[in-house]
Design a protein around this ligand. Structure first.
Ligand code: PMP
Length: 417
């Protein structure tokens, strides 16, 4: 495997099995999983409903290609289209978030006949040539040889940057002015703005509610499309909303929405939703061999049904709210914790060298290792110097588990050098 493969721990963890909100490693250690919800396990590990749907489908047919229809793909497309909030929606399935965003960029650039894209600073949109080219997070942009002309705008990060100290309304006004300024520098038409409603890899950082709606007003004047990357924020993760864009909905839904990660509960599903005029702008045929595969789609249908039947969005709101309060209490006396932020079951602890604005990656690494020793898996993120601890458990997290995780974290924070 390549040297550039990111691994979290000094001694990488090899997972063998999981159940509910827990996973086990090859040495028999059990961990409470405070990060797998973002990775792929949206509802719960080894959820019997999903396992059965996968096994049943695998026993019938696995053969995959969008050249043929299969019933789970039709059903999932119908459900996702109806949930998306995009009128006259069409859905195309891929196998990853990268590929979903790549498709969104293909659609937007083709529709607008322009390869100019607006993206947010500190963003992450994937690993491929096109998606790296709209990734503002320097720690993950593996090439500067971009096939796209990308302009980065301010606004996604509240804790750093020129508007950091401003209250919401002024922050939004300043970011809109920055957007207008950037557009003034772009020559000819810009195809789209791509943005994560809450930045994931960037450290669970979000703008004030309504910012992308305010951007939308400007974009509409120029005919520029809005692509909402919901790879981390979709399916009720933020508690208050089913999609992250709904916190920015004052001027309507995005033109294109992308999703991936959790919907398959571990099976590889990504996808693009777009209004039909945009989705249908391609003037040549296209297919996906593994996108829409019957087995992954069966997992998606069962997983989404479970999510809705058990109101896991509501659970994210309730348990996430309790967890956030608990985290704030746990971190109150820890000088290296500059901010505890979050929404639903998506919480970030930003670590800085005490009394400064300087990122503290050594502290983040130490806490991650100590939490592992204590039986808790966390995520990491932030800018190039990744010093934000990320918490995103499966959406079925219980109050007792939230409590248990906060206690382990409290111990782990003592290891900060
Ligand atoms: N968009 C966002 C917001 C992501 O967080 C990620 C993955 N971290 C991707 C796109 C890429 O998804 P994948 O790894 O499935 O290609």
């Amino acid at each position: 495997m390549p040297d550039w493969l990111a691994l979290y721990y000094d001694r990488p963890i090899e997972l063998t099995h999981g159940e509910g909100r827990h996973v086990w490693d090859a040495d028999g250690n059990r961990y409470l999983d405070f990060f797998g919800g973002i990775l792929t396990t949206m509802t719960a590990h080894a959820l019997p409903e999903v396992t059965k749907a996968v096994a049943d489908q695998a026993g019938r047919i696995i053969h995959s290609s969008t050249l043929y229809l299969n019933r789970p793909m039709i059903e999932l497309a119908e459900r996702v289209a109806a949930l998306s909030g995009i009128p006259d929606a069409r859905v195309f399935f891929t196998t990853s978030g990268t590929e979903a965003n790549d498709t969104a960029l293909l659609l937007a650039t083709t529709y607008r006949r322009s390869n100019q894209i607006l993206a947010m600073r500190n963003s992450y949109h994937g690993r491929s040539f096109s998606t790296v080219s709209v990734t503002g997070n320097r720690g993950w942009s593996t090439t500067s040889l971009s096939p796209l002309q990308t302009y980065y705008v301010h606004g996604a990060v509240r804790t750093r940057g020129p508007f950091a100290a401003l209250p919401d309304a002024e922050f939004t006004a300043a970011a809109v002015a920055d957007l207008e300024d950037v557009l003034g520098q772009a020559r000819g038409g810009v195809a789209a703005l791509i943005a994560e409603p809450v930045q994931g890899v960037g450290g669970f950082t979000a703008p004030p509610d309504g910012l992308y709606g305010a951007f939308r007003e400007v974009l509409d004047r120029h005919g520029i499309l809005w692509i909402s990357d919901e790879v981390q924020t979709g399916w009720g993760r933020t508690g208050d909303h089913f999609w992250g864009w709904q916190a920015h909905a004052q001027n309507g839904p995005p033109d294109i929405l992308t999703f991936a990660k959790g919907i398959g509960n571990g099976m590889s599903i990504g996808g693009v939703v777009a209004r039909s005029e945009v989705m249908n702008c391609l003037d040549a045929s296209s297919i996906s061999t593994f996108g829409g595969s019957p087995v992954t789609m069966a997992a998606g249908v069962a997983n989404l049904a479970y999510l809705q039947e058990h109101d896991l969005q509501g659970n994210a709101r309730r348990v996430g709210g309790l967890l956030l309060n608990r985290l704030r209490a746990v971190c109150a006396g820890v000088p290296a914790v500059r901010e505890v932020r979050g929404r639903g079951l998506m919480a970030g602890l930003e670590l800085t060298e005490p009394g400064t604005d300087r990122a503290h990656p050594a502290a983040a690494a130490a806490v991650l290792e100590a939490a592992r020793e204590g039986g808790l898996l966390l995520g990491r993120g932030g800018g190039h110097d990744t010093s934000v601890l990320r918490i995103a458990p499966p959406l079925s997290l219980t109050v007792a588990e939230a409590e248990e995780g906060a206690e382990i974290l409290e111990q782990a924070l003592r290891s900060i050098p």
